[in-house]
Design a protein around this ligand. Structure first.
Ligand SMILES: Nc1ncnc2c1ncn2[C@@H]1O[C@H](COP(=O)(O)OP(=O)(O)OP(=O)(O)O)[C@@H](O)[C@H]1O
Length: 281
C-alpha cells in the first residue's frame, strides 16, 4: 500500500455549522469519509450541502461558527491551519468547482492567463512552461482550439466551455480532493452529461477523491459510489444504490425528480411535519 492510500482523502467527524449565535444549526453533527472515490451529497435547497463543502474549504463568512471533532485532509487537520496555509492548499490540494464558471473566473483576465497563473502558483511553472501546461490542460478537457480559447475573456465563452476551463484550471495540479458544488446546474441540459463525464474521467485519472454536491439524486447516483442524503443539516442516510433508499425524504427526493423513462401523473410533495418528526428536529 502506498503512503497516500493510508488515510481517507477527507475525514469529517461531528461537523457543526451555525450562522449567528441564536440561529438554527445549518449543519448538525455531520460525519463522513471520502477515499479515492466519488461521493455525492444530495438534498433539497437549504439542507446544508454547500455549507458542508465550504466548511471543508474553510470558505464560510466570519458570521459562521464551525466546530468539528475532526476535519482531516489526507490525515492532516484542516481545522487548525492558518488562513495563509489554507490559501496555499486551495487549488493545489483541494479544488472547488462551483455552479457558474462565469462568476468563478476572473472577468478581467484571459482564460490562458488564468490557467497559466494556476500553473505558476500550484506547480511552480513560469513563462512559456506555464503557458504550455495551460494549453495541454485545455486539450485534455477536449477543447479542440486551445490557442483561440486561451485568448478569450470569461464572458466570451459559453457555459459548457467555461466549465471545461474551470475544470482545466482546478484539476491542473492534480488535487487530492475535488469538491464540485452543483457543477452542471447552470449549464444547458445538452452539455451536462459531457461535463460530468469529463470531471469523472480526470478525477479517476488523478486518483483524487470527488465530493459531488447536487440536488439531483439521479445524476449523483449515476456518477458516485456513495450517496450521502442530507435533510435539514443532518445526514439521514448513506446509500450505495438508489434502490436501497429507506428514508421517506430520500424517496421524496427521488419522486421529485421523476425518472424520464417513467410517466408520472402527479408530482410528489414532501410531508415536512412527518419528516421533521422522523429526523428528530
Ligand atoms: N451566509 C449565510 N448566512 C446565513 N445563513 C446561511 C448562509 N449560508 C447558508 N445559510 C443557511 O444555512 C442553511 C444551509 O444552506 P446551504 O446553502 O448549505 O444549503 P444547500 O443544501 O447547499 O442549498 P442550495 O442547494 O440552495 O445551495 C440554510 O438554512 C441557509 O439559509
Amino acid at each position: 500500500m502506498q503512503d497516500r492510500d493510508l488515510h481517507p482523502v477527507l475525514s469529517v467527524k461531528g461537523l457543526n455549522v451555525r450562522f449567528g449565535r441564536n440561529s438554527l444549526a445549518a449543519v448538525s453533527n455531520v460525519s463522513f469519509d471520502v477515499g479515492r472515490e466519488r461521493v455525492g451529497i444530495v438534498g433539497e435547497s437549504g439542507s446544508g450541502k454547500s455549507t458542508t463543502g465550504r466548511a471543508i474549504m474553510r470558505l464560510l463568512p466570519p458570521i459562521a461558527s464551525v466546530a468539528a471533532e475532526r476535519m482531516d485532509l489526507d490525515g492532516v487537520s484542516l481545522l487548525d491551519r492558518t488562513e495563509r496555509q489554507m490559501g496555499a492548499l486551495r487549488g493545489k490540494d483541494i479544488a472547488l468547482i462551483m455552479q457558474d464558471p462565469r462568476y468563478s473566473l476572473n472577468p478581467v483576465l484571459t482564460v490562458g492567463k488564468q490557467i497559466a497563473e494556476a500553473a505558476r502558483l500550484h506547480m511552480g511553472l513560469r513563462g512559456s512552461k506555464a503557458k504550455d501546461a495551460a494549453r495541454a490542460m485545455l486539450e485534455r478537457v477536449r477543447i479542440s482550439d486551445p490557442e483561440r480559447v486561451m485568448a478569450l475573456y470569461p464572458h466570451q465563452v459559453s457555459g459548457g466551455m467555461g466549465q471545461r476551463v474551470m475544470i482545466a484550471m482546478m484539476l491542473l495540479a492534480k488535487p487530492k480532493l475535488v469538491i464540485a458544488d452543483e457543477p452542471t446546474s447552470a449549464l444547458d441540459v445538452s452539455v451536462r452529461r459531457d461535463v460530468l463525464t469529463l470531471l469523472d474521467e480526470l478525477v479517476r485519472e488523478n486518483n483524487s477523491g470527488l465530493l459531488l454536491i447536487s440536488h439531483d439524486i439521479r445524476m449523483v447516483a449515476a456518477f458516485c459510489e456513495r450517496i450521502i442524503v442530507m435533510y435539514s443539516g443532518r445526514i439521514v442516510e448513506t446509500l450505495t444504490r438508489l434502490e436501497d433508499a429507506q428514508h421517506p425524504y430520500t424517496r421524496g427526493l427521488m419522486a421529485a425528480l421523476p425518472d424520464p423513462h417513467k410517466p408520472v401523473r402527479r408530482l410528489a410533495v414532501l410531508d415536512r411535519a412527518k419528516l421533521d418528526l422522523e429526523t428528530n428536529r
